[in-house]
Design a protein around this ligand. Structure first.
Ligand SMILES: [Zn+2]
Ligand SMILES: [Zn+2]
Ligand SMILES: [Zn+2]
Length: 239
């Protein structure tokens, strides 16, 4: 630990730099001087760089659940905000986030549960003639809807996978896992969060069923419906 004692101060300086905007008054991407500057706490590339609202939204089209903060000059600190609050909309129904839908639907507010917390997000359904129903459009964006009819809560595929390993290795329950997600969202207890454990347990069971069926190959290109169990080579088989 002697090595650590000599370098701890440098680590602390870097850590404190994350809390301060520094001398800059311009966006790190478009270079325009702006009053409102944002910093992403999730992007590795973000580091100590600050961006304007338009650039922050533009660079997060594919990563809408990053945690961002707005510099408050009067208070002298960064304040938590969200990409949804500054105008990011998740566009559904088309392969890439930058593809403009010619028939966009009315934007809807939905709650997304992701590995780094609960997010208020805005989604814009696609109303093109070949479009799927809303719950399937959400699923195509790797968001599992908690309801088929007018979904208002979705769970990211990542959070469902993460719980699988958390449960398998740590024997943790859905209740404790979701409590950790709530604390990641707000550890002060100042924000009233709706409890979504019941929906999470149900969706996780549905997710598990999909994963087992997928791994079994029974929904592959073969028209033959295969069983979920592994075929025993020692058992006698017809033919
Ligand atoms: Zn900019
Ligand atoms: Zn980011
Ligand atoms: Zn469309």
């Amino acid at each position: 630990l002697n090595e650590w004692l000599t370098t701890e101060g440098e680590y602390m300086n870097s850590l404190l730099d994350f809390e301060d905007i520094g001398e800059t008054t311009s966006c790190g991407y478009c270079k325009e001087v702006k009053n409102a500057l944002y910093r992403c706490h999730t992007c590795i590339g973000g580091g100590n760089t600050n961006y304007c609202q338009r650039c922050t939204v533009g660079m997060h089209q594919g990563t809408p659940f990053h945690r961002i903060a707005l510099w408050n000059e009067a208070a002298g600190c960064f304040q938590e905000t969200s990409l949804c609050e500054i105008g990011l909309v998740i566009r559904l129904g088309h392969a890439t986030p930058h593809t403009a839908c010619p028939n966009p639907g009315t934007p809807l507010g939905i709650t997304t549960v992701h590995i780094n917390g609960v997010h208020n997000t805005t989604v814009q359904p696609c109303n093109c003639p070949s479009s799927k129903l809303l719950h399937l459009q959400l699923f195509d964006k790797r968001l599992f809807p908690a309801s088929v009819h007018s979904p208002q809560t979705v769970f990211s595929f990542t959070v469902l996978d993460q719980f699988r390993y958390f449960h398998l290795e740590g024997k943790g329950s859905a209740y404790t896992f979701m409590n950790a997600i709530y604390r990641l969202t707000d550890d002060t207890g100042c924000i009233a969060l709706q409890d979504r454990v019941r929906e999470f347990r149900r969706i996780y069971r549905q997710w598990g069923s999909l994963q087992r069926n997928k791994a079994s190959g029974r929904y592959g290109s073969s028209s033959q419906v295969l069983p979920l169990v592994v075929e025993c080579p020692a058992c006698p088989h017809p033919g």
